[in-house]
Design a protein around this ligand. Sequence first.
Ligand SMILES: Nc1nc2c(c(=O)[nH]1)N[C@H]1C(S)=C(S)[C@@H](COP(=O)(O)OP(=O)(O)OC[C@H]3O[C@@H](n4cnc5c(=O)[nH]c(N)nc54)[C@H](O)[C@@H]3O)O[C@H]1N2
Ligand SMILES: Nc1nc2c(c(=O)[nH]1)N[C@H]1C(S)=C(S)[C@@H](COP(=O)(O)OP(=O)(O)OC[C@H]3O[C@@H](n4cnc5c(=O)[nH]c(N)nc54)[C@H](O)[C@@H]3O)O[C@H]1N2
Ligand SMILES: [Mo]
Length: 639
Amino acid sequence: MRGNPDHPYTRGSLCVKVNRYLEHTRADDRILHPLRRTGPKGSGRFERISWDEALEEISVRLRGIIQEHGGEAVWPYQGTGSLGFVQGCEGAAGRRFWNVLGASRHWLNICSTAGNTGLTLTNGTPGGMDPEDFALSRLILLWGTNTLTSGHHLWKFVQDARADGAHVVAIDPIRTRTADQADQHLAIRPGTDAALALGLLNVVLAEGAQDEEFLAEHTEGWAAFREEILSHPVAKVAEITGIPAEDIHSLGIRLARTRPTAIRATMGIQRHAGGGTAMRTIAAIPGVTGDWRHPGGGVSYSTSGHLRLGVDTREDLLAAPVRTLTMTRLASELGSVKCLWVYGANPVGSTSDTNAIRRELRRDDLFTVVMEQFPTDTVDYADIVLPATMQTEHLDLHAGYGHLYLQWNEPAVEPPGECLSTTETFRRLARHMGLTEPSLYDSDLELAGQLLAGDHPSLEGITLDRLRKEGWVRLNHPKPFLPFADGFPTPSGRLRFPPAGEAYVPPLSVRTAGGSPYGLTLITPAAHTFLNTVFGNNPELRRRAKEPVVLVNPADAAERGLVSGQRARVHNDRGEFLADVEVSDRVARGVVASPKGRWPKHSPGGANANAVVEERDADLGRGAVYHDNLVEVSPCAGP
Ligand SMILES: Nc1nc2c(c(=O)[nH]1)N[C@H]1C(S)=C(S)[C@@H](COP(=O)(O)OP(=O)(O)OC[C@H]3O[C@@H](n4cnc5c(=O)[nH]c(N)nc54)[C@H](O)[C@@H]3O)O[C@H]1N2
Ligand SMILES: Nc1nc2c(c(=O)[nH]1)N[C@H]1C(S)=C(S)[C@@H](COP(=O)(O)OP(=O)(O)OC[C@H]3O[C@@H](n4cnc5c(=O)[nH]c(N)nc54)[C@H](O)[C@@H]3O)O[C@H]1N2
Ligand SMILES: [Mo]
């Protein structure tokens, strides 16, 4: 396995994790057969059973639960383990089957919904710049994104721009490896980005650098937003954000004078109480500067808004309307559920408030099925485990959220053991249950064909034959791509500025105003060596990741008697996890950081950062608040 140098976006490079993918497919701990639980829930003790036994037990339990409690007592909990459109969450694989049974709907809000909602309020779509066009930019703001860790392919385009003289600024509470490589780093107080956006625009207005023509032709709500900007002078914004006034002023001047300016803001920024609003207000910047007119200008969050495949989950198969259960509310919403069906997800590693989740998963009246490749902490609570295929073993069609290509994934090898793909598992289960709806039996190729049969203009000229032959195809968007040069996909066709009083929502630390016994804001960003919890069991990647660490600012460490290398408890009312202290000025006063993605069972104390994360919604789109939790860090007693 190697990267393809001809691919326009990756240009042949793989990341440190995917480089080990083939080795991972053959790992010793791969689940190869269906399993039935033999020990108490959580113990991870299982016996091997046949597929027939597994399907029979599942059919009987599902029928019984639906008869007694109704279909809505079943929660198909699908995660982001695969982003494929045939096998994974993008195409909501399995949903036709669940619709026939009348199961609850599942809302996958764990990742990006706050930002999507904020951007859509401003621009009418979460889609923005083509990341490849960053090569054309003169000023690049890497804002709440750790490019070199979580989306490194963009970096080559940043470097291209730099070769032409572009200035690169990282805006992040942590001095990340990306910030190290940038020309400048602004260490912002977590959750205050919307205020910074207003402060930068304040300087733009003072310089008279707003694009009056663009404002008049392509925006609405300018008068009120202008007032909002004027009420955020640099001094006030410096106080809110903790960034020195000179730095805000000088970046404001750069922004005023540099066209095109490209802003890359990804998911880190929206994992906060005010995260949706942060994206909404940042998206207003190119509306004021007119950057959307210029190739290499604008905002990039996700490209997924520029694609619409013909995903047909056959909602007409539902006999009656059903409720929707929320992914990030697993612990609190599981109470009314009798069957939890987990696939492509590892909630005991990735979802908020793990201790509360574990308490629910231990319930005797809950029937839990997990389709998995590896014995995760979530698998430990399953009644039945079904062995799942990996990318090299199943057919799929992928898009990216950081580029504009469709990818074909042809299975390269036979699945090992008795592993089955998601689609094949649901076909076999439907057959075992005697379901007669024909569309439950569509083959993977038929499903792929249906996806491409959508009538969205981005799919024009893309056929299944062509995709299979060429391997990847660029969506039907020009290059360079000016998505909003002629208007926005809002009802009025105009960019909508945030209304008065809605441009900044403060973070938890400000809301509690020192009233919390927990004085430190914990950020839990992407780990360099893991992909969420995927690869968290890979021996080489675990070796490179070393022991979990928590970064603590020297002043905060001194107050608590913490020294580097010492094991500490990071804790609050919900729980705790253990990590080795690294005293470092990479984090500002009041901020601590510990990357996500560790398997609890492979971590000291059996817990990861999600033991302290609250089940709480962001301001928009009910996004998660992974970087907006208050904790204390205390030395561990004993050795
Ligand atoms: N190596 C690796 N790559 C990944 C993943 C992974 O787990 N590992 N996960 C993938 C997935 S599913 C996703 S959604 C993306 C997520 O990747 P990103 O979008 O990059 O999100 P995060 O890593 O959560 O946060 C990015 C940066 O935002 C900073 N940040 C946190 N709070 C704030 C804030 O209030 N303001 C500002 N300005 N910055 C803030 C963090 O310190 C961090 O450096 O990455 C994908 N890529
Ligand atoms: N503290 C903290 N927690 C976070 C975040 C954070 O920033 N901080 N980020 C959040 C984000 S951005 C995301 S996207 C979520 C991710 O959370 P989840 O959606 O739960 O995803 P993962 O933890 O990556 O677990 C995915 C599982 O799917 C399995 N898998 C992979 N491919 C397949 C397949 O084809 N079929 C089946 N059956 N299984 C498969 C993998 O083995 C893995 O165990 O985590 C969130 N959790
Ligand atoms: Mo994500």
